[in-house]
Write a protein that binds this ligand. Structure first.
Ligand SMILES: [Cu+2]
Length: 116
C-alpha cells in the first residue's frame, strides 16, 4: 500500500515536470517553405516566416542545375526536375538568399527572406 502510493506520487511528479515544457509559448517553431528554382529566379511559398527551424523544400522546375545559399549555409546542387532540402535555424532579421552557380545571382536568382 505504502509502496503503491510512492509510485503514484512519482508518476504525478513526472507529469508536472513535463507539462510546462510542452506548453511553453516561446518554444522555437518549425516552418517549411517551398522554394521553386528556375532560370533565373526563386519562387518562395512564403517570404516572411517566424524564427526557429526553417526547412527549405527545394524544387528545381528549370532547365539548369541550381542551388541556394542563405545565412552561410548552402544546399547541394539540385539538377533539373529534382528536389532537395536545406534546413537552417534563423533568428529574426532579413536574410539574403542567392543561387551560387556562377552568373545566376547576377541574372536574378536572389531575394530576401524576412524572419520575424
Ligand atoms: Cu541558379
Amino acid at each position: 500500500m505504502f509502496r503503491t502510493r510512492i509510485l503514484a506520487l512519482a508518476a504525478l511528479a513526472c507529469l508536472v515536470a513535463v507539462a510546462p515544457a510542452a506548453a511553453r509559448p516561446s518554444a522555437a517553431r518549425a516552418t517549411t517553405i517551398t522554394v521553386k528554382m528556375k532560370e533565373f529566379k526563386f519562387i518562395l511559398s512564403k517570404s516572411s516566416v517566424p524564427h526557429g527551424t526553417i526547412t527549405l523544400k527545394l524544387v528545381n522546375i528549370g532547365k539548369l542545375a541550381h542551388d541556394i545559399k542563405i545565412a552561410g549555409k548552402k544546399s547541394k546542387l539540385i539538377k533539373p526536375g529534382k528536389t532537395g532540402k536545406l534546413v537552417v535555424t534563423l533568428k529574426p532579421g532579413k536574410y539574403l538568399y542567392t543561387c551560387p552557380v556562377p552568373g545566376h545571382t547576377k541574372a536574378g536568382m536572389k531575394g530576401t527572406l524576412k524572419v520575424t
